[in-house]
Design a protein around this ligand. Structure first.
Ligand SMILES: NC(=O)c1ccc[n+]([C@@H]2O[C@H](COP(=O)([O-])OP(=O)(O)OC[C@H]3O[C@@H](n4cnc5c(N)ncnc54)[C@H](O)[C@@H]3O)[C@@H](O)[C@H]2O)c1
Length: 268
């Protein structure tokens, strides 16, 4: 794996992992609709709107593998989610296939399964339970990865990312947090593991309070270095400043589940 394409390169997560990717790979092609200002040695910037298939084709040229972070990263209206995360994701997978790119790491999200209760421990075999259009688009991306692996021989890893940062910021994130170094470790497994076909893993560090059974990731050699429990006092102090959310506090997706909620709690 020499040249890796990083979409969403002007975004928050990309900013955290770019230095680590530069250490791991000969060349990192950065792409975004927004300009990436601080392009470093070993990096190259190629602007692209993911909604544009021709732009997706340009960014895939000469690339060995892709880390696909680009897209609308919070809840949004259908037109926005559809353009960036549904059509955009399809365009990128299809451009990658046509360019002969063999590997794709897709940034999925905990919001693909946000409507599981926090009392449940789930693996990645259970059905998706999106908590909004954003989560739905992530479930779509996971299914797209499955199609491109089975039908076209691409090797695909979808990472259901919890929350990326230097430390967990509240109680929910004690369960779902991932440190950037651990995320890069998962990305490298997706790009380099010789036996990978198509897997969905959870993007979480070594969290005692995890709601997720991440045995698929561990089976592929994942060995997270960071523990959310090391930051428990800070996270609980921050939690104490937050208002109780009678719906969101029940579910893994938090406030994404209470946003516009009109369901029947007794059936969920
Ligand atoms: N931040 C987290 O903790 C977290 C948690 C779960 C999943 N994720 C996923 O990881 C990825 C990165 O998250 P982030 O926090 O860095 O998000 P971000 O919003 O900071 O970055 C996303 C980037 O994608 C670009 N983008 C949006 N629409 C585009 C389009 N149509 N064409 C080209 N580029 C486009 C934006 O310009 C932005 O720079 C996203 O896919 C997000 O859904 C992030």
């Amino acid at each position: 794996m020499k040249t890796v394409l990083l979409t969403g390169a002007a975004g928050g997560v990309a900013g955290m992992i770019r230095p680590l990717l530069r250490e791991a790979f000969d060349r990192v092609v950065l792409s975004d609709i927004r300009e990436v200002a601080d392009v470093a040695d070993g990096e190259e910037f190629r602007p692209a709107q993911l909604f544009d298939p021709a732009a997706c084709a340009r960014i895939c040229e000469g690339v060995d593998g892709i880390i696909h972070l680009g897209g609308f990263s919070v809840e949004g209206d259908w037109a926005t989610i559809n353009a960036a995360n549904i059509a955009g994701c399809y365009n990128l997978f299809e451009a990658a296939r046509q360019a002969g790119v063999g590997r794709m790491v897709f940034a999925s999200s905990n919001h693909a399964v946000g409507f599981y209760r926090r009392t449940r421990r789930i693996d990645t075999e259970r059905r998706t339970r999106p908590d909004g259009l954003y989560g739905l688009s992530k479930a779509f991306g996971e299914a797209l990865g499955s199609l491109y692996a089975d039908k076209h021989g691409m090797r695909v890893m979808s990472i259901r990312i919890g929350n990326v940062g230097d430390m967990p910021l509240d109680e929910r994130r004690l369960a779902i947090w991932i440190h950037p170094e651990d995320l890069v470790q998962l990305c490298r497994i997706g790009l380099e593991h010789p036996d990978l076909h198509c897997e969905i893993v959870y993007g979480a560090s070594d969290n005692d309070r995890a709601w997720w059974d991440n045995h698929v990731a561990y089976g592929l050699g994942y060995a997270p270095k960071h523990r959310s429990e090391d930051h428990v006092q800070h996270a609980l102090a921050e939690q104490a400043k937050l208002e109780h959310d009678p719906v969101g506090d029940l579910f893994q997706g938090g406030s994404f589940t209470s946003n516009g909620f009109a369901g029947d709690l007794d059936r969920l």
